[in-house]
Design a protein around this ligand. Structure first.
Ligand code: CAA
Length: 701
């Protein structure tokens, strides 16, 4: 791509219109930076030109630096130089912010002398989400425009603001209803007519005064913001950079920002977060999908089953403006389900995260019924009933009878064979799994399960629906537990074994939390309820001795005030319980296991490495297309710390040789065949390669 292709420059009444045209998001890669520099240089050179309007084509002003260039040698001009040149031009440049202005895109706008936004524009500095900070002057210029308090909030959380708020804060001079470019040229004309030197953001000091007068202010504002960011380096560096804006002259502040950026861009955390950024976008791309496949149109959804899962799925549709019917077989379950939905919304309203009228709008999109004829209304039908194959097959026969031709038919099963469910219909090409994660209205992962006869356009439709309702879709193949739960199962088995061998629930949970998960497996078990797994085990004739013993003692987790921990009334804080210790020790004894002290290191390895091993088997069997898809599933569905990049990425950082050696060691010392390294893991380890070296593969069908 040449710079002439990505920057369009036209002359209008003695001024330039400079349009960034680098689809899909106007990322500021080298071609765009060169093109902009050439346009700014022309503006400086040609005395007849009085100024310029800078805008973007499409939905974006610019989504910022080209993330794929990070970590490589970047070519000049770099963005900070480009912005410095622009700011010092001596002729006015108006940023006409037509859509999203993010990261370096917003920093470019901050270097302009005036800013005017379309009503739908959004502005933000999301670098922190990639483990970075705004490295093109954003930490120095934004506080000068909107004050330290709001700038810190935007930079440390990475959350964007809309045009109306940007106007209130002084980030933009105006919001243009209607013709943005026309309004931007009028603003430019006014500035030229006034004949003043174009104002530079760097010179504006007045909004820094409060923080300069009160040396504790920054830390007081930063403290609650940092608390939510779990000690990661980027948010802390963001605060330091803003502090530099307050305490140092502009040029020195810029230098400090560059130094901090350089540290972050090479940090393992940021590399992992950038890996996840691209992995998330890859996870829904099928190497064998023909390029001309288009998703079907979806305007209405039907969810079958008003339980916790069905309710959460219905809320996900309603939250994004899609009307949804919930069918349940009896009025009582339906009413209970609808009441729970209302309660859930009400909790969000009472926390201040949702306006009451918005709640009513969302509720108005959810309709409950016991009448199966509404199946004919759905462009997508999602079944979310009990995990029983017979029951699901019966329901799919009914769906087949009543759903309209071309409707997407999805099951939310987490364990059953989607092929067998699809076989109950006369249209298996329309059937797939849409596996949501609890709570379905909150968790972002959506495993889309491709069965052997699922058509490409059905998959494309499920992906499009997932994106529309704010989920992160990852396409996987059929097997027990699919990708996420199949790997989780390995961790659960080791967690239970560790208890039998000598650890206590709090030891295991602490190790997992120290690794970076929000919660350990036992606290998680108590939250989800231990009785569910117990019932499944009883039906399948399998055992988990400690969990079974707890359930037999009526300890089902938080809902009964006791599980692996005890809970005070009304509290969700797990408290270690001597009674649990007694049950565990007694169970070990009964099974003839001699307990031993177990190190935190062993616990961590046994919580993580067996999952990686299962991930390798999943890749061998072509249940997943890429190692990075597995990373996405763990980050978005199970709280894997994003700054560790997902299990397969993490494995590559540790080194597959090391992981193989530890798995072999545990397989032998614990006499546990499930821990034998997978053939793929051993092969890659022998070749000195990582999972990232594997090519993308189609899912086995
Ligand atoms: N650099 C490189 N590629 C980018 C990109 C960026 N900044 N932003 C998006 N893309 C790519 C995506 O990888 C995707 O590529 P494929 O189609 O090949 O998968 C394509 O653009 C479209 O992106 P999305 O699928 O994400 O489209 P969307 O409409 O759902 O979301 C978005 C658009 C909100 C901009 C989202 O892509 C996003 O959040 N991008 C990152 C924004 C960001 O973090 N900017 C800061 C960059 S760092 C920086 O600017 C540092 C600095 O200070 C100099």
């Amino acid at each position: 791509m040449t710079s002439a292709n990505v920057v369009k420059v036209t002359e209008r009444d003695g001024a330039l219109l400079i349009e960034m045209d680098n689809p899909p998001v106007n990322a500021l890669g080298i071609a765009l930076r060169r093109g902009l520099m050439a346009a700014f240089e022309r503006l400086a050179r040609e005395s007849a030109l009085k100024g310029a309007v800078l805008t973007g084509t499409g939905r974006f002003f610019s989504a910022g630096a080209d993330i794929s260039e990070f970590g490589k040698t970047r070519e000049n001009p770099l963005l900070p130089e480009l912005i410095a040149f622009l700011e010092d031009l001596g002729k006015p440049v108006v940023a006409a912010i037509n859509g999203q202005a993010l990261g370096g895109g917003l920093e470019l706008a901050l270097g302009c002398h005036y800013r005017i936004a379309a009503p739908a524009a959004r502005m933000g500095l999301p670098e922190v989400k990639l483990g970075l900070l705004p490295g093109a002057g954003g930490t120095q210029r934004l506080p000068r425009l909107i004050g330290v308090e709001r700038a810190l909030a935007m930079i440390v959380t990475g959350e964007p603001i809309d045009a109306a708020e940007a106007k209130t804060l002084g980030l933009v001079d105006d919001v243009a209803e209607g013709d943005l470019i026309g309004a931007a040229f009028r603003l430019l004309e006014g500035a030229v007519a006034r004949g003043v030197r174009p104002p530079r953001t760097r010179d504006r000091e007045e909004k820094l005064a409060a923080a300069r007068a009160d040396s504790g202010l920054i830390d007081r504002i930063a403290e609650p913001l940092l608390k939510r960011q779990r000690g990661l380096p980027a948010p802390r560096a963001c605060v330091e950079a803003v502090r530099a804006a307050v305490t140092l002259p502009f040029e020195e502040g810029l230098k400090r920002e560059v130094e901090l950026f350089a540290q972050l861009v090479n940090s393992p955390e940021s590399k992992a977060q950038r890996h996840i950024f691209f992995a998330e976008r890859e996870a829904a791309k099928l190497p064998d999908m023909p390029a001309d496949v288009r998703p079907r149109e979806v305007n209405k959804a039907v969810v079958i089953g008003a339980g916790t899962m069905g309710g959460g799925i219905a809320m996900s549709f309603a939250n994004f403006g899609i009307p949804v019917w919930i069918i349940d077989q009896d009025h009582e379950s339906l009413d209970r389900g609808l009441a729970r939905i209302r309660e859930n919304y009400q909790i969000t309203v009472s926390r201040g995260s949702l306006a009451a009228d918005e709640m009513e709008k969302r509720l108005a999109r959810i309709h409950g019924t016991t009448d199966w004829s509404v199946l004919a209304e759905g462009d997508v039908v999602i079944e979310a009933v009990f995990e029983e194959l017979d029951l699901k097959q019966r329901i799919f026969r009914m769906i087949d009878e009543k759903a309209r031709p071309g409707a997407l038919l999805a099951t939310n099963t987490s364990t059953l064979d989607v092929n067998k469910i699809a076989a109950a219909t006369s249209r298996p090409e329309d059937v797939l799994g849409m596996h949501f994660f609890s709570p379905a209205n909150v968790m972002r992962l959506l495993e889309i399960v491709r069965a052997s006869k699922t058509s490409f356009d059905a998959i494309a439709t499920a992906i499009a629906i997932g994106r529309r309702i704010g989920k992160v879709p990852a396409v996987v193949g059929v097997c027990d537990g699919f990708v996420g739960n199949r790997m989780l199962h390995r961790r659960t088995a080791q967690a239970e074994r560790l208890l039998l061998e000598g650890a206590l629930p709090q030891d295991v949970d602490q190790a997992v939390v120290a690794f970076g998960f929000p919660m350990g497996p036992f606290a998680m078990g108590d939250l989800a309820g231990l009785d569910v797994g117990w019932r499944i085990r009883k039906a399948r004739g399998t055992k988990a001795p400690i969990s079974d013993a707890l359930c037999e003692a009526g300890r089902f987790g938080q809902k009964t005030g006791a599980g692996y921990y005890r809970y005070e009334k009304g509290s969700r804080t797990p408290i270690p319980d001597p009674e649990v210790e007694r049950i565990i020790i007694e169970t070990s004894k009964r099974l003839g296991i001699t307990r031993r002290p177990i190190s935190a290191e062993e616990i961590t390895e046994r919580m993580i490495y067996p999952m990686i091993n299962e991930g390798a088997r999943i890749l061998e069997e072509r249940i997943a297309m890429r190692a990075s898809d597995i990373d996405v599933i763990w980050v978005y569905g199970y709280g894997w710390p994003v700054w560790r990049g997902g299990p397969m990425y993490y494995a590559d950082q540790v080194g597959l040789g090391q992981i193989e050696a530890r798995l072999k060691h545990y397989a032998e010392t614990l006499n546990d065949e499930t821990l034998r390294p997978a053939a793929l893991l051993s092969r890659l380890a022998a070749e000195g390669k990582g999972f990232s070296s594997l090519p993308v593969q189609p899912i086995a069908i």
